[in-house]
Design a protein around this ligand. Structure first.
Ligand code: TIU
Length: 233
């Protein structure tokens, strides 16, 4: 059955949500960013600023799974030989611990290490796509665009961390590739509250120059109203 768009209240204007063409894209909810002892903490950041996003992401993910819609998780990290780590990215940060160094949760931001894992609260289920990305944007040096096009996905509901770094970079990449992004303020977080606010403001400014911004409650309400969704009919 063809499902018409459900209107989600958003800024700068309502988002015409088409669930069958939408993926939930959860950016980098990894232990290295959200737990003490990881990369984020090693850079001197207060990880508690990110942890408020866990509960709303859990609620949204549960609804998304129940509706049978596409879920995609991303992880920022590098090959164990660090062959995909640009020297400049390796050098920057200035802290005592750098990418690839041993930390309390294994080697920092290295694939296969415990700290690189997605936090247990949001662990991917079998069958959900996990994109391992060496950059801040989820499209750079990954097969994300191919996967989205093969599934007929044109809309991305974007959550995760951090708002002004990997979320913003991914939204900008997606925008230039023709995907419409709806970014959920309560499901995104930054170590810096000012940057979180500015990151969201930059997305929705100028008539939605990069996309739309709303809260997860608006999406959950629209999903309930759009029933029956794919898989629930
Ligand atoms: N440091 C910081 O704010 N973010 C990152 O390094 N990666 C992501 O945003 N995922």
């Amino acid at each position: 059955m063809q499902i018409g768009p459900a209107h989600i209240e958003a800024e700068p204007y309502d988002f015409a949500f088409r669930p069958e063409a939408a993926a939930l894209l959860i950016i980098d909810m990894q232990r290295d960013f959200l737990e003490p002892g990881g990369f984020g903490a090693a850079l001197g950041n207060d990880v508690s600023q990110l942890r408020r996003t866990i509960a709303p992401n859990q609620r949204l993910l549960a609804a998304w799974r129940a509706a049978g819609l596409t879920v995609i998780h991303t992880r920022e990290g590098h090959r164990p030989d660090l062959g995909d780590l640009p020297p400049g990215k390796h050098a920057r940060g200035g802290g005592p611990v750098r990418i690839g160094d041993a930390g309390p949760m294994g080697r920092i931001l290295v694939r296969g290490e415990p700290g690189h894992d997605i936090i247990p609260e949001l662990a991917p289920l079998p069958g959900e796509v996990v994109i391992d990305k060496p950059g801040k944007g989820a499209f750079f040096a990954t097969d994300l665009a191919h996967i989205l096009r093969n599934r007929g996905i044109t809309q991305l509901v974007v959550t995760g961390v951090t708002t002004e770094v990997c979320v913003n970079t991914t939204v900008r990449e997606a925008n230039d590739r023709g995907f419409d992004c709806l970014v959920l303020a309560d499901c995104c977080g930054s170590y810096f509250p000012d940057f979180h606010a500015a990151g969201l403001a930059m997305i929705k400014a100028q008539g939605g120059i990069f996309g739309w911004v709303t809260g997860s409650d608006s999406v959950l309400a629209a999903m309930a109203a759009a029933s029956p969704l794919k898989g629930a009919a």
